[in-house]
Design a protein around this ligand. Sequence first.
Ligand SMILES: Cc1cc2nc3c(=O)[nH]c(=O)nc-3n(C[C@H](O)[C@H](O)[C@H](O)COP(=O)(O)O)c2cc1C
Length: 213
Amino acid sequence: MNGKVDSKSDFFTVLRERHAVKRYDDHYRMKDDEIRTLIQSASEAPSAWNLQHWKFIVITDQAQKEVLFEIAYGQRQVLESSIVVAILGDLHADRNAEKVFESDVQAGRMTPEIKLNLVMQIEQAYANKPDWARDQAICNASLAAMQLMLAAKAMGLDSCPMGGFDPNKLIEAFAIPDRYVPIMLVSVGKAAEPARPSARLPIEETIVWNRFE
Ligand SMILES: Cc1cc2nc3c(=O)[nH]c(=O)nc-3n(C[C@H](O)[C@H](O)[C@H](O)COP(=O)(O)O)c2cc1C
C-alpha cells in the first residue's frame, strides 16, 4: 500500500483513506521541506479570532523518540514512524492578538481602530478565565491536529493520533513551558502495514435534527 491519493483535489478520498496506522517503514525519513509543508498545512486550520492556539514539537531525533517511547507507554509507532509531532495548545493565545492583527493592518485588511477593538475584546475574554482558555486551547489546537493528519494523507503519508501518553512526563522531558498544554501526539511516516479496519456508527445515530426531543 502506498497510500498515495490520485489527485490532490480528491478530498473525499483523503478523508476515507486516513486511518490510524501503527506500523511504519522505519527506514523512511521525511525531508525537511515535506515536514514544513505538513506543518504549514496544519497551520491553515481555522481558530477563534485567528489566534492560532497551537505549537508543534516536531520530533525527528531518534534519541528523543526513545524518550517519548517511554512517555507514550511503549507505543512502537513512536520509534518506527518518521516523525512524531507533539501538538500543544496555547493557554495564552490572547498574546498572539497584537501580532496577528497588526499583520492585517499592515496588509490593509483591517483598520487600526478595528484592531484595537479586537485586542481589547480578546483581553477581556481571557481575563481570569483559565478554564475557558484551556477549552479554547484544546478546541483550536485539535483542529490543527486533524488538518495535519489529512495533509499527511494527501502527501502520500500516514499518521496516527495518540492520546496514550503521560502529559506530565512529556512536559518535563521536553521542557514545555507553562503556557502550553499537551493535546496529542501524531506519528507520521510511510505505512508498513495498513491500519486496522475501523467502522463508524450509522449517522442516523449521531445526527440530531434541529433539537433534542
Ligand atoms: C484523541 C485520540 C487519541 C488516540 N490515542 C491513540 C493511542 O494512544 N494509540 C493508538 O494506537 N491509537 C490512538 N488513537 C487512534 C484511534 O484508536 C483511531 O483513530 C480510531 O480507532 C478510529 O480508527 P481510524 O483512525 O483508523 O479510522 C487515538 C485517536 C484519537 C482521536
